[in-house]
Design a protein around this ligand. Structure first.
Ligand code: NAP
Length: 320
């Protein structure tokens, strides 16, 4: 098993929250002789250069990927196929090519046909993030104690999988390997449907005519505030996730709607026992998440400021 996660050149295609966090953590850990990245607009390239985290910022993805022994696409899932086609002819033989997309089966379907047998395609999804985006939003600690799920297609070179696994572990992540399809089903219920619920509830509150928008803002209780944080996530990224993971999201939404109808009936019928039973079960799940270290007992909104990730400066990309 190859254990050295050191690379001559790491190319990060995209320098937003995830690309910027990988760059910062890889730099801190000394994982590469050279880290390069790309940005589509001159304004973003200037900002990344100013941050001084990477060695070079290229205008084209092909230039960045050329000669790299690890290339990671850190861009919305809907853009991965076109970018794979663009860089395929520039990849170094033996290079590992990966991504960080929140959906895996569609990314594999879109990217794999462009990649030749001479490179190792190891798709990945670090299950870590915030609602912020852009080059200032990243931070080196983002992956600490979080899972990174690798979904190598069957017959992927095991040494390449081990090397990428070791890379993510050095960034602080715990690594799991599963099929792309299973990943998409698991993430549909743990991440994608919860985001859809947050987008819905915040939209519904905004549409209410009997309650004014200023009342919603002024009296927002903890639950609603948490939903607004999730619903502030990047619109391009989340549009792509729902389009790319349609089947699994539809399956989980079917189950969710059934359970919501059951709960609606319990409220209608004044069935307090049914409500109490469910809330007891869900409370145990929350305790389980805290127990295994996947969250702290204090949610973000109540946490002392010193424990929160840095708040990025407002950033507007010219190309988005
Ligand atoms: P982000 O902060 O918005 O950054 C996206 C980056 O992609 C930007 O550098 C953007 O460049 C670039 N980009 C967008 N469209 C592109 C295109 N067509 N071609 C080339 N570059 C393009 O997003 P992020 O949060 O880092 O998300 C990136 C990926 O990570 C997504 O696939 C997402 O599913 C995944 N992910 C996100 C999270 C999370 O919580 N945010 C967690 C895990 C995984 P410009 O500046 O030029 O627009």
């Amino acid at each position: 098993m190859s254990t050295t996660p050191h690379f001559d050149r790491i190319a990060l295609i995209g320098f937003g929250l995830i690309g910027g966090s990988i760059a910062r953590a890889a730099r801190e850990q000394g994982l590469a002789k050279e880290i390069v990245t790309t940005a589509r607009s001159a304004k973003t390239r200037a900002r990344i250069t100013e941050l001084g985290i990477v060695d070079r910022v290229f205008e084209t993805n092909a230039e960045a990927a050329s000669g790299a022994d690890l290339v990671i696409l850190c861009i919305p899932v809907g853009a991965c196929g076109a970018v794979a086609a663009e860089i395929a002819g520039h990849l170094k033989p033996g290079a590992i090519i990966s991504d960080v997309g929140s959906v895996k089966a569609s990314v594999v379907k879109d990217m794999a046909p462009h990649l030749t047998a001479g490179v190792h395609f190891v798709p990945a999804h670090p299950v870590a993030g915030t609602e912020h985006s852009g080059p200032d939003s990243g931070f080196a600690e983002l992956f600490n104690g979080r899972w990174c799920i690798l979904t190598p297609p069957p017959a992927t070179d095991t040494a390449a999988v081990d090397r990428l696994s070791s890379f993510w572990q050095t960034l602080g992540a715990k690594v799991a390997v599963m099929s792309a399809e299973h990943h998409d089903l698991v993430l549909a219920i743990t991440s994608h449907v919860p985001h859809l619920i947050a987008y819905t509830i915040v939209g519904t509150a905004d549409d209410l005519s009997a309650v004014t928008r200023s009342e919603v803002l002024q009296y927002s209780a903890g639950g609603f505030r948490d939903f607004t944080r999730i619903a502030a996530s990047d619109p391009t990224m989340w549009r792509d996730i729902f389009l790319a993971n349609k089947a699994a999201v539809m399956e989980m939404l079917g189950r969710f709607n059934t359970d919501l109808s059951r709960l609606t009936r319990a409220i209608e019928d004044g069935d307090g026992a049914a409500l109490f039973d469910l809330f007891t079960r869900t409370r145990a799940i929350r305790r389980g998440i805290v127990d295994i270290g996947q969250d702290s007992a204090t949610p973000d909104f109540g946490r002392p400021h010193s424990e929160l990730p840095p708040v990025p400066r407002p950033y507007v990309s010219e190309s988005s």
